[in-house]
Design a protein around this ligand. Structure first.
Ligand code: IPE
Ligand code: IPE
Ligand code: MG
Length: 264
C-alpha cells in the first residue's frame, strides 16, 4: 500500500489526483483519528429523519477506510458511538447498532482483501450481545492481517478509557514508582499503537467530545464544515495536505518554514 496504490484507485485528472500530487509520501501521518459528526444535520437539511444521515454515513466510512489503507496509513480510528450517545432516543441507538452489524457483515471481505486489522475500542462488551459477538468475530477474523489497523471507537469515552487503564494497571500490580506515561500507555485501549498525528472533525464543531483525550496530546487538529455523509477521499487528502504544512513543535521552537513544508 502507498501513494501509488491510491493513485491507481482514484479517477485520473480529478481533484483527488491533484491533492495526492501535493502529498509527501515520506511524511504521512501514521495515525489519523476522525470524529464523524453531522449525520443528523445532513438528514435535516434534506427533510429526512436523522437515521437517514447515519445510513448515508456508511458510504463515507467505506470510502475513508479504503482511502486510508491504500494511502498507507498505519492506523485509522473512527469515532462511531460515544458513552454519552446513549442519551439519544432508543430508536436512533438501535438503528445505529443495526447499521454497525450490517457494515461488519458486508465489509468483512473488503477488510480481509485489503489486509486491514479491525479492532473495537471502548467498552464494546456493554453493547447489545449480538453486536458485541460480531465485533469479536470481525476482530478474530482480521487478527492476522498485517496492513492498516482500523479502530472503531464504540461505547467509547476518553475519560472512561483513562479510568479503565488505571484499573487495569492496578489489577496488574504495577507499582506507583514504576508508573510513568509510557507504562500507563500500555493499559490504554490503543496500547502498542502510535498516537494520532492528525485529528479530523467534520461538521465544523470545534470540540473534542471526549475522544482519545490521552492520545491527542500533540495531534494536529483539522476541522471541516463538510458533514460526515459528504466526506470522501478528497476531504481526507485535503486534511493530509494541510497536516503536512503544519510545524509540529512538541513544545520546542519553530523549525525553518522551508523545513516544515518538507522542502529540501
Ligand atoms: C454523528 O452525527 C454520528 C454519531 C454521533 C453517532 P450526529 O448524529 O451527531 O449528527 P449531528 O451532529 O446531530 O448533526
Ligand atoms: C461525537 O459526536 C461522538 C461521535 C462522533 C461518535 P456528538 O455529536 O455525539 O458530539 P457532541 O454532542 O456534538 O459534542
Ligand atoms: Mg453530532
Amino acid at each position: 500500500m502507498g501513494v501509488d496504490q491510491l493513485r491507481a484507485w482514484i479517477p485520473a485528472g480529478g481533484v483527488e489526483e491533484a491533492l495526492l500530487g501535493q502529498i509527501v509520501p515520506e511524511r504521512l501521518p501514521r495515525h489519523v483519528a476522525i470524529i464523524m459528526d453531522g449525520n443528523g444535520r445532513w438528514a435535516a437539511s434534506r427533510h429526512l429523519p436523522r437515521v437517514e444521515g447515519h445510513r448515508a454515513g456508511i458510504d463515507s466510512v467505506r470510502d475513508t477506510v479504503e482511502t486510508s489503507a491504500r494511502l498507507g496509513l498505519d492506523v485509522l480510528t473512527l469515532y462511531a458511538f460515544s458513552v454519552e450517545n446513549w442519551k439519544r432516543p432508543a430508536t436512533e441507538v438501535s438503528v445505529l447498532m443495526g447499521l454497525l452489524r450490517r457494515y461488519l457483515k458486508l465489509e468483512l471481505d473488503t477488510l480481509l482483501r485489503n489486509n486491514i486489522r479491525f479492532t473495537a475500542i471502548g467498552r464494546p462488551n456493554e453493547l447489545p450481545t449480538e453486536v458485541y459477538h460480531e465485533l469479536l468475530e470481525a476482530e478474530a477474523r482480521t487478527s492476522r492481517n498485517t496492513g492498516m489497523r482500523f479502530n472503531i471507537a464504540l461505547n467509547y469515552g476518553g475519560r472512561a478509557e483513562i479510568v479503565d487503564a488505571a484499573r487495569r494497571a492496578i489489577e496488574a500490580g504495577v507499582s506507583p514508582s514504576s508508573l510513568d506515561e509510557s507504562r500507563f500507555g500500555e493499559y490504554l485501549y490503543t496500547a502498542g499503537q502510535p498516537d494520532p498525528d492528525l485529528l479530523i472533525r467534520t461538521s465544523g464543531e470545534m470540540r473534542v467530545s471526549n475522544f482519545l483525550l490521552w492520545q491527542i496530546a500533540y495531534a494536529e487538529i483539522w476541522v471541516t464544515d463538510t458533514l460526515w455523509p459528504d466526506f470522501r477521499c478528497q476531504h481526507l487528502l485535503e486534511a493530509v495536505v494541510a497536516y503536512q504544512k503544519r510545524d509540529r513543535r512538541y513544545g520546542g521552537i519553530a523549525t525553518a518554514p522551508a523545513v516544515a513544508a518538507g522542502v529540501k
